[in-house]
Design a protein around this ligand. Structure first.
Ligand code: FAD
Length: 649
């Protein structure tokens, strides 16, 4: 029976007509009424910036918030490899359906058909929009936009701007946003961190934010709130995410009634620079685009492995017959371009078997020697020059001479706030877009599809769907921030801050966060099992207690205080980590990045349980110290044949 609290609002009718049908049904707010309506957008990454620019251009009054000193410094700027779109510029038989199919299959049949189809449908318009904004996508000699391939697909549909696609897309969105800021339709609040969501009569009506420079706690009201606050991968401490990426806004919403969907679906990216010490606070991604031409291998014999670890030989001295190109061997049809979860597990399998190529045994090679021979130095430089440079700067080893060393790391979170087809959470008036929602990627996100989703949400979906909600609101007066609900939320925030300062312990926030990271990586990482997940829940509980006894946050609230910021976020990471472990414990199947050791094939591949787990798991907060309640949104596949994922033939 359908859960009465999860109404996904997926339109009836044929798949290809659902979005058009929904758009036709959506009530429109007239221009003069838009002027009366206020919308808060939290986050200025590709999701938030594109949404705020679009809403501002439509005529709404928008307030936009971000942690960084400028909206253009959001984490999206780090995206390297590219953005997918079903343009079929390569004439390689790409189509909306194929992008839809690849994404559902890539997500291991755990995402909604209707949402994914809509994403594929609007993908082409994103590229047109960005080109019109002047985003300098790579081009072929004849002037067409160039494409490359990403994992899990057999066509080339990824548009890119060297290894800086996110930065260029964000500059485009930021320019559009600035136009609105200059016009007065968007007011920007950089260095403002949302610390609570305000609900009045069951609807989202505003936020409490801390001015990160002065420490002032401020109230902001609106007719609707949009969260575009990114993913929660930093629960693992070490990840490829920006240091400021966090899951706090999502947790604030969760505690106020927004359901949190599929929290255990976290993506581990196969090509990151391996961990190289205890003092590290960040991991560096080497873009998936490198797998277009780079070949992944380890030696096929222990003698070479031992010599490599002792630095007695260089990788380039190992002849072809003593190499194991294990992805090409195991997955001939996709080779080095298998999806991320598959490539990550295969690297772990080789390293667990003892073939890891660095001192810690936790690294494999990504080799460009063949590509340099085939394409020449200049072509390789054009495609990957800045990535090679970055690798060399960090490791002091040149990929032109010796292969890169890589290892999987936490990169992206597919889970997030549950949203319906309109991207509305279970709280009326609260929307979630971009990485902050759970919507489109199921158990594993395909490369280059996060940028696509963020911009689809922000430019082409939310600006329409939010109108349906706001069309009932224009007669309502502006939200009064003197309402008792604002006062109560502000008081709770102040008390939380005071409580943190009052601990006056001896441990730094980072040292405790690192411990959380170890628990998460060990028990809620690439391989999970029942005993480990139970242990994780227990250990996170203990660590939370330790935090409240031992943490030391220097300084005061009334100043720029990054230790305080980190401490507030860490409190939420405890809850996120616990929720992830709880969800992973419940999901007794392997799918995508969620690998339950108890559920694997003889070849070590994921084994789904479609009979019992073909649903979105959405968790409802039930109070501090009380177990959350699981709600299930069944997934129906009417347009795609459910199958075991196969990348072999
Ligand atoms: C190294 C790297 C490379 C990647 N490369 C690619 C790629 O090539 N292709 C691809 O498709 N995807 C890629 N991804 C994934 C992709 O970049 C992200 O999923 C995407 O950019 C997220 O965008 P977003 O708008 O949802 O959130 P973000 O860009 O994370 O922005 C979040 C925003 O929310 C703000 N914020 C957060 N919390 C608060 C708060 N409490 N109060 C106020 N503001 C807040 C932040 O300041 C920020 O402005 C990559 C990711 C990484 C880490």
């Amino acid at each position: 029976m359908a859960d009465t609290k999860l109404i996904s609002k997926i339109p009836e009718g044929p798949l290809a007509e659902k979005w058009s049908k929904r758009k036709a049904e959506i009530r429109i707010v007239s221009p003069n009424n838009k002027r009366k309506l206020e919308v808060i957008v939290v986050g200025t990454g590709l999701g938030g910036a594109s949404a705020a620019a679009s809403l501002g251009e439509l005529g709404y009054n928008v307030k936009i918030f971000c942690i960084s000193d400028s909206p253009r410094r959001a984490h999206s700027i780090a995206a390297q490899g590219g953005i997918n779109a079903a343009k079929n510029y390569q004439n390689d038989n790409d189509s909306i359906y194929r992008l839809f199919y690849d994404t559902i299959k890539g997500g291991d049949y755990r995402s909604r058909e209707a949402n994914v189809y809509r994403l594929a449908e609007v993908s082409a318009a994103i590229i047109d929009q960005c080109v019109a904004q002047g985003v300098p996508f790579a081009r072929e000699y004849g002037g067409y936009l160039a494409n490359r391939s990403f994992g899990g697909v057999q066509v080339s549909r990824t548009f890119y701007a060297r290894g800086q696609t996110g930065q260029q897309l964000l500059l485009g969105a930021y320019a559009a946003l600035n136009k609105e800021i200059a016009a007065g339709s968007v007011k920007s609040y950089p260095r403002h961190e949302m610390l609570d969501l305000v609900i009045i009569n069951g609807e989202a009506k505003g936020i409490i934010a801390r001015n990160l420079v002065t420490g002032e706690i401020e109230r902001f009201g609106a007719h609707a709130v949009v969260l575009a606050t990114g993913g929660y991968g930093n629960a693992y401490f070490l990840s490829t995410n920006a240091m400021n990426s966090n899951g706090s806004a999502a947790m604030q919403a969760y505690r106020k009634g927004a359901f949190f969907a599929n929290p255990c679906f976290a993506q581990i990216h196969p090509t990151c620079i391996p961990v190289h010490g205890d003092q590290q606070c960040k991991l560096t991604l080497m873009s998936e685009s490198l797998r277009n031409d780079g070949r992944i291998w380890v030696p096929n014999n222990m003698e070479d492995v031992i010599k490599l670890r002792k630095h007695e030989i260089k990788p380039s001295q190992i002849p072809e017959e003593r190499r194991d190109y294990y992805l090409e061997r195991r997955y001939p049809a996709f080779g080095n371009l298998v999806p991320r979860d598959v490539a990550s597990r295969a690297a772990k399998e080789r390293c667990d078997a003892g073939y890891g190529v660095n001192e810690t045994g936790l690294a494999v090679f990504l080799d460009f020697a063949d590509a340099i021979k085939r394409l020449g130095h200049q072509r390789v430089e054009e495609r990957y020059g800045n990535l090679f440079q970055m690798y060399e700067k960090i490791t002091s080893s040149s990929p032109w001479e010796e292969p890169m060393m890589i290892y999987p790391a936490i990169h992206y979170t597919m889970g997030g706030l549950w949203v319906d087809y309109d991207l509305q959470t279970t709280i009326p008036g609260l929307y979630a877009i971009g990485e902050a929602n759970f919507s489109d990627h199921g158990g594993n996100r395909l490369g280059a599809s996060a940028l696509m989703q963020g911009l689809a949400d922000g430019y082409f979906i939310l600006p329409y769907t939010i109108g349906d909600y706001l069309s009932h609101k224009f007669a309502e007066p502006k939200t009064d921030t003197n309402a008792p609900e604002f006062a109560a939320a502000e008081k709770a925030v102040r008390e939380r801050i005071d409580k943190i300062f009052a601990v006056k312990g001896t441990e730094t926030v980072d040292s405790i966060h690192k411990k959380l990271g170890h628990i998460m990586w060990e028990y809620v990482g690439m391989a999970r099992n029942e005993a480990g997940l139970k242990k994780a829940i227990e250990e996170i509980g203990e660590l939370r207690k330790e935090f409240w006894k031992t943490v030391r946050v220097p300084g005061t609230n009334e100043e720029f205080n990054q230790e305080l910021e980190k401490a507030l976020r860490l409190v939420d990471f405890f809850d996120i980590g616990e929720l992830m472990a709880r969800d992973a414990l419940n999901r007794k199947e392997s799918c995508g990045g969620h690998f339950r050791e108890e559920m694997q094939t003889e070849e070590g591949e994921t084994k789904r349980d479609d009979e019992n787990f073909m649903y979105v798991g959405a968790w409802e907060y039930k109070g501090e110290g009380v177990a959350p309640e699981l709600h299930k949104e069944p997934l129906k596949y009417e347009n795609i044949k459910i199958a075991t994922r196969n990348y072999k033939d």
